[in-house]
Design a protein around this ligand. Structure first.
Ligand code: PLP
Length: 359
């Protein structure tokens, strides 16, 4: 097989050899004591990462599955979706697709959702759920989640559902302190694992909302997860390799230290932003709401991004063009998971060489 490029795209990310090794261990049955040991290890580890006492869902699905789970289990009256890009728009598409009453509040792509805006919108209808995307991967915006959650709590009884798909495990999200009811993520981003698995914390209030909820299906029913939680199991046959991978990754995160891990992400983000600005590019995300796991670079000098990504690929690196309508106008460099600063430096040096060739 041809060499696979090193990934600097915002998921999936390149997977550390330790994790690939852990994931190739022999299978165990999902209704056995050895599975429960693995389950509790991962369950408690995710609780620690999120600083929460809440239940943890270990879901053999991607993050989008858990987004659907979150709204289907909780929305009874009306849902408010705060939209600032393609992935936050997905909350709205999902809610509507599930036939649930829903409103959208949208800001221009590249902008963050501001708490004052949320306060105003909350006054316009009675919402029992608000959906927020912490880190908008299409625009490189990291929304001020703590402040948004505070405003929701102060101005409503709504549950707060958070898509932390491209931030969890790369940025500190103290779930209980911030009052987040559902905090979900896929594992192929800052968790650094292969795609196909997702995790979420679920508050007692969100669990309560699920009781008696109509039309929530079976696969993602919080009550079914709760029933199996009591046995230290998942409701259906779990992706055991992902649980092995998560167990190993939690040990590795512990070895690095969570604070060090978050600082590494922050430093790589700062380095990428200063590299972009020093090369005459702009930042697509509104200042100061820049993501710490990926940088969305504004193509101010109007270079040929297709040529840049093509030449990078020839040298063993893959970065992302802009998302959707932003193709050609922006490009994205991810710096998350197990990516190390020296690898990022090598990428930036290679881009420097290519930019000279393109002049
Ligand atoms: N939300 C955000 C912020 C994302 O970045 C992505 C994927 O890039 C998703 C949701 C969807 O994740 P998945 O494809 O794992 O369902």
């Amino acid at each position: 097989m041809k060499n696979v490029p090193t990934l600097f795209i915002p998921g999936p990310v390149s997977v550390h050899p330790d994790l690939r090794e852990a994931m190739s261990k022999q299978m165990i049955g999902h209704r056995t004591p050895e599975f429960s040991d693995l389950y509790w290890d991962v369950f408690r580890g995710v609780q620690q990462v999120l600083n929460t006492e809440n239940r943890i869902l270990l879901s053999t699905s991607t993050g989008t599955g858990l987004m659907e789970a979150a709204v289907r289990n909780t929305v009874k009256k009306r849902c408010l979706n705060l939209v600032c890009g393609a992935f936050s728009k997905r909350w709205h598409d999902i809610t509507r697709g599930c036939g649930l009453p829903t409103d959208i509040f949208e800001v221009e792509w590249g902008h963050a959702i501001h708490p004052e805006q949320v306060e105003t919108v909350l006054g316009q209808a009675e919402y029992d759920v608000v959906c927020v995307t912490h880190n908008e991967t299409s625009t490189g915006v990291m929304n001020p989640l703590k402040e948004i959650a505070r405003v929701i709590e102060d101005n409503s009884d709504a549950l707060i559902l958070v898509d932390a798909v491209s931030s969890m495990a790369g940025i500190d999200i103290p779930v209980d302190e911030w009052g987040v009811d559902v905090c979900l993520a896929s594992v192929q981003k800052a968790w650094g694992l292969p795609p196909g698995f997702a995790v979420a914390s679920v508050s007692p209030e969100a669990m309560e909302a699920s009781n008696g909820q109509q039309n929530k299906g079976y696969y993602f029913d919080f009550e079914v997860f709760e029933k199996y939680y009591q046995r230290g199991q998942t409701p259906t046959t779990a992706s055991v390799p992902h649980l092995y991978g998560l167990q190993r990754q939690l040990q590795r995160m512990n070895d690095e230290g969570l604070a060090n891990r978050y600082q590494r992400h922050k430093s790589m983000a700062e380095r990428t932003r200063s590299w972009a600005l020093n090369h005459g590019f702009g930042l697509f995300s509104e200042d100061p709401y820049h993501s710490q796991t990926l940088t969305c670079i504004d193509n101010t000098p109007d270079i040929d991004i297709g040529q840049l990504t093509g030449k990078l690929l020839e040298r063993g690196y893959r970065i992302s063009n802009g998302y959707g309508a932003l193709k050609g106008k922006t490009f994205r460099i991810a710096h998350m998971g197990d990516t190390q600063p020296d690898a990022l430096e090598e990428l930036l040096t290679t881009i420097d060489e290519i930019l000279k060739e393109l002049q």
